[in-house]
Design a protein around this ligand. Sequence first.
Ligand code: SAM
Length: 320
Amino acid sequence: MSLIDGQGRQFKSLRISLTSACNYACDYCVPEGTLLKASPEALSGEDLMRLVSLLHRVLGLSKLRLTGGEPLIAPNLKTVLRAIPELGIDTSVTTNAQFLSRHCQDIARAGLSGVNVSLDALDPEVFRVLAKSGDVGTVLQGIEDALALGLRVKVNTVPMRTKNRDQLAPLFDWCSQRGIELRFIELMRMGHLSNPAAFEADFISEAEIVDLLSEFGPATQQPREANSTSYSYLNERGKFGFISNESAPFCSDCDRLRLSSDGRIFGCISSTHNRDIRPALAMETADALAFIQEALGDTLKSKQPVRFSGEQTIMQIIGG
Ligand code: SAM
């Protein structure tokens, strides 16, 4: 079975959700009052990494990203980090950084190439209203500790008009002083935000943010690299980027595959279509590879042609 679709897309980059549980409940991710919990069928680190290694044998992966839920609260984190160097694949982690200070030594020791921190406000009150938990001072300390260990840190921010518009310029200021690239992730129409009124009330476009940051001097847009969901702007202070599902949809050359903490693969972040590949754990290697190859061909069909939006979304359990 061919693992290239009609648009020439292949799976080359794998997002691994270590747990579907999260210690935050951000407004863009879950409806008010929701807490994400661990799947009752969450896999051990050994089993999860056995599936990753089988996927790598079929696909020849070039990038891994550890994510969640919140990966730094996952019980299998240490086991997964220990297994990463042997795979020899460029790996990074996406985290809310509440526990980054505690884990950054292990992350550096595992040879991860970088840490992507989700940070939506510098003001402690705005931060807590949006995330419903956590402490911004601890997050900033986590970033400083990771930088001190030589880890490459990027910050991702989701702008929401009624929540953190006034935080966007201070965030750029803080990041540019430390040589950190800040990337804005345009609000996506997912889950509870598939409701047009809820989405429109909070959406802020890329153009509006570029205008907002013009106080730091004029910015020029840099070309987007193939298979990359983001591109950057450069001004006198530094670089800021965008992942703009609305202003510049990026599905057409998406190369991402997602593996949930309970062993299911998903071909698109806005589709709940998935295949359970746990049976491969009980098979001889040749059978396991054939089984996974077939499942991959099926999930490749769920990629969207140009842009996505999803009433049902898997972003919370395999985001970032
Ligand atoms: N807990 C980790 C973290 O905070 O980075 C990883 C998972 S979390 C779901 C990853 C990221 O997905 C969020 O920080 C946010 O950037 C993005 N995200 C979730 N829902 C979104 C939405 N509706 N629109 C835009 N980005 C969203």
